[in-house]
Design a protein around this ligand. Structure first.
Ligand SMILES: NC(=O)c1ccc[n+]([C@@H]2O[C@H](COP(=O)([O-])OP(=O)(O)OC[C@H]3O[C@@H](n4cnc5c(N)ncnc54)[C@H](O)[C@@H]3O)[C@@H](O)[C@H]2O)c1
Length: 261
């Protein structure tokens, strides 16, 4: 299928690893120029190098989404080196595995800054150009925890629910200007973020109990497996494509049937 992305530019924020990197790679193989932006400068550089080795035009940029100056400098660099941003993927996030009653205002603050203010900052920097050019595709990552709740992830889920409301609202504002915004909401996906959380659980539960947990989790998925980054990247590619021009303000759960909200 021709996704209509050849020669266009994608900015992938939080693109050095996991789902962001998988989507960057998929879009790059469709002929897009890719900016890999991440708070981790070395990972962003290595991510861009991996794409370049695959024959993709790519650059790595260090940017912290919580810092508006970083975000505006990031967009200026992409435009100078790769051209205007046609597709924006907001994938940057942090995770905190903690009971709400054991969490602190500092924990909430950090979470909201990265997972809710981060996408807001990036939208503020990227959308004016898209509106002016009357073309743009924005995909933000949420989580099914925002749709159905999840113990130990309360303030992460709250931040992601905020992103869903933000995207639906802004989609109404910029739809007339040819810009679409959608959400991809993954179930458990085998990325660095999940692996770190699982290592913590294994350490606190012990090997035996943790092995039982893994089996229980898999049984919760009608498809009997958790997701791989490419499962999610395929949905992102669709929402970035010409074929999705009449899809906006939607939440697409890609979750092996874990929940059916
Ligand atoms: N993996 C899952 O099971 C899962 C499930 C539901 C939702 N999600 C969402 O999907 C998206 C991608 O998750 P992932 O699993 O690939 O995570 P990941 O940790 O592999 O990637 C996230 C990236 O964001 C970067 N980042 C963190 N803070 C940043 C900041 N302040 N500025 C810029 N970059 C920053 C990290 O360095 C990392 O490279 C996230 O939004 C996450 O919330 C993931």
């Amino acid at each position: 299928m021709n996704y209509g992305l050849e020669g266009k530019t994608a900015l992938v924020v939080g693109g050095a690893t996991g789902i962001g990197f998988a989507a960057a790679s998929l879009m790059g193989h469709e002929g897009m120029r890719i900016a890999v932006a991440d708070i981790n400068a070395e990972s962003a550089r290595l991510g861009a190098e991996r794409l370049t080795a695959d024959g993709i035009k790519a650059i790595g940029i260090r940017a912290d989404v919580t810092k508006l100056d970083d975000v505006f400098a990031m967009v200026a660099q992409v435009e100078a080196e790769l051209g205007p941003v046609d597709v924006l993927l907001n994938s940057a996030a942090v995770l905190d595995d903690k009971l709400f009653l054991e969490s602190s205002p500092q924990d909430w603050d950090r979470m909201l800054k990265v997972c809710l203010y981060g996408p807001m900052n990036v939208l503020h920097a990227v959308l004016p150009g898209m509106v002016q050019r009357r073309h743009g595709r924005v995909i933000c990552m949420a989580s099914d925890s925002a749709r159905v709740g999840q113990a130990r992830l309360s303030y992460y889920a709250a931040a992601k629910a905020g992103v869903i409301a933000l995207v639906k609202s802004v989609a109404q504002e910029v739809g007339p200007n040819g810009v679409t915004l959608n959400i991809v909401s993954p179930g458990a996906t085998n990325t660095e973020m999940r692996q770190v959380r699982e290592e913590g659980l294994k350490a606190s539960m012990g090997e035996e109990k943790y092995a039982r947990r893994v089996q229980t989790v898999v049984k919760m998925y009608p498809t009997r497996r958790i997701g791989e980054p490419d499962d999610i990247a395929s949905a992102i590619l669709y929402l970035a494509s010409a074929q999705a021009s009449w899809v906006t303000g939607q939440v697409l759960s890609v979750n092996g049937g874990f929940v059916m909200p």
